[in-house]
Design a protein around this ligand. Structure first.
Ligand code: ZN
Length: 462
């Protein structure tokens, strides 16, 4: 083996009793050459010359991949930013983030805006990243150029996104964009709620008390998600593009999604930790910290989402980390109508998921499939991220599965320490995160400089 190693690269061996590989969870040594995984061998087979790092009983998982993050920079760095979002990501075990094209200024709907984002990110990132391009009402001509410039895919909204500056698309506008999306071969991520059922429900709530969570929940019925998903599946059949449903909340859509997949449609589905951990029954009146769209639904709905994950109809779990300045959450008035919808969870997603998953009989292999492998495939970086396999980046999370902790503000690490999870007791502690062989988080500290790089899904045209 040694003769193939390149001279001058640092040789490290990451050892644990529980290494989560595509072949299963087992005692192993991951041999790392420079930034890449060279081989995975048994702990007794570490060749001479490798500096050993033995994590004992703590598990080693591939670095997690979050395909749904709002970093908000450039333009709204006071909401979040590359520095703080990637710091929180490192603390949460993520080594790769894909940024959503909205809430930043300019929105990432042109190549010029993508270049502005690249300039804003320079020298600030503690983990690797990429940027989805936006599809809005009038940028059909920018789709091919954004693909050529290296975005891994596109995002659009079928409903007002809660902020001006990034327009939703109507069905005719979406139809105008789909041929270019299909030609790119890249996935289209869609916020799947239609305005019709939301407007109709909201009209009946004119006199309702918007401090009640139940009012907000009624204003965004499952029907809005179902109708959007039906429309998208039919467009997917017609235009043959890769469809990805972001943040599925309505479990009633699972059967139709399952049928579409069985029929061979290229559709993938994501849900988020908050839909899998929080339930409507437990959200107190005025607790706008729990507002997101689509909304968190019933306990029963939550269990059906877990079933969907277990059956593989839901492919992945992404955070939809979507912060804002604390005053926009309207925590004082507790008004669900005016509060910003968005929940931040980059630093907590893994323990949140592990706490819930372990009680339902799921294993770290499932966690890795949902939070590393599948999102890496969506973002087109499966050849670099998401698995502990030779040739991939040496991105790891060292995770103590048995340890517990209480969520406090100092564990959040993103810009504004607002969270619905404060005070909760969670299972599983991220001890360390390694990006391309180097520690970017270790025992509460962030060693080294910001070494995160943009991942390009294709080489930009010269
Ligand atoms: Zn989002």
């Amino acid at each position: 083996m040694r003769e193939f190693r390149s001279e001058g690269l640092e040789s490290q061996a990451f050892l644990s009793r529980r290494v989560v590989t595509p072949e299963g969870i087992r005692p192993a040594a991951i041999l790392v050459e420079g930034e890449k995984i060279w081989a995975v061998v048994s702990p007794q087979e570490v060749p001479e010359g490798y500096a050993p790092l033995d994590f004992g009983e703590a598990a080693i998982l591939p670095g997690l991949v979050d395909s749904h993050v709002h970093i908000n920079e450039p333009g709204r760095a006071e909401w979040e930013g590359f520095e703080t979002a990637t710091r929180a990501a490192a603390a949460g075990g993520y080594t790769f983030l894909v940024d959503m094209p909205l809430n930043c200024l300019p929105a990432t709907t042109t190549v010029a805006a993508l270049e502005a984002k690249r300039a804003a990110a320079r020298g600030k990132c503690r983990v690797d990243w990429a940027a989805w391009g936006g599809v809005v009402h009038d940028n059909q001509v920018d789709i091919a150029a954004l693909a050529a410039a290296g975005v891994p895919g596109f995002k659009c909204f079928l409903v007002h996104p809660g902020i001006d500056g990034f327009t939703m698309v109507t069905e005719p506008q979406l139809r105008a964009a789909l041929p270019a999306v299909a030609r790119s071969g890249l996935p289209l991520l869609v916020h799947a709620e239609l305005p019709g059922p939301i407007d109709a429900a909201t009209e009946t709530l004119a006199g309702a008390d918007w401090r009640h969570y139940s009012t907000y929940l009624q204003s965004r019925p499952e029907e809005a998600e179902l109708a959007a998903i039906r429309l998208l599946l039919s467009l997917c059949r017609e235009y043959r593009f890769r469809l990805h449903i972001v943040h599925l909340s309505a479990a009633s859509a699972i059967e139709e999604l399952k049928a579409a997949r069985c029929a061979g449609l290229a559709v993938s589905v994501e849900t988020c930790p908050h839909y899998l951990h929080l339930t409507a029954e437990k959200i107190k009146d005025g607790a706008t910290v729990c507002k997101c769209a689509p909304p968190i639904r019933s306990r029963e709905n939550c269990e059906r989402l877990w079933q969907g994950l277990g059956e593989g109809v839901i492919d992945l779990v992404a955070t939809d980390h979507s912060p804002c300045p604390p005053q926009m959450k309207r925590l004082d008035e507790g008004d669900f109508r005016t509060a910003w919808g968005g929940i931040s969870s980059l630093s907590l997603a893994l323990p949140l998921m592990w706490t819930e998953a372990t009680g339902r009989g799921f294993t770290l292999t499932d966690i890795v499939r949902w939070m590393a492998e599948a999102p890496a495939r969506l973002a087109g970086c499966q050849g670099r991220k998401g698995r502990i396999s030779p040739g991939l980046d040496a991105d790891f999370v060292v995770f103590d599965c048995e340890a517990e902790f209480t969520v406090t503000k100092d564990r959040l690490h993103y810009r504004h320490p607002v969270s619905p999870y404060l005070g909760e007791r969670l299972r599983g502690v991220v001890q360390a995160t390694y990006l391309r062989g180097k520690p970017v988080f270790s025992a509460g500290e962030f060693p080294g400089g910001p070494m995160g790089r943009e991942f390009l899904s294709r080489e930009p045209a010269k």
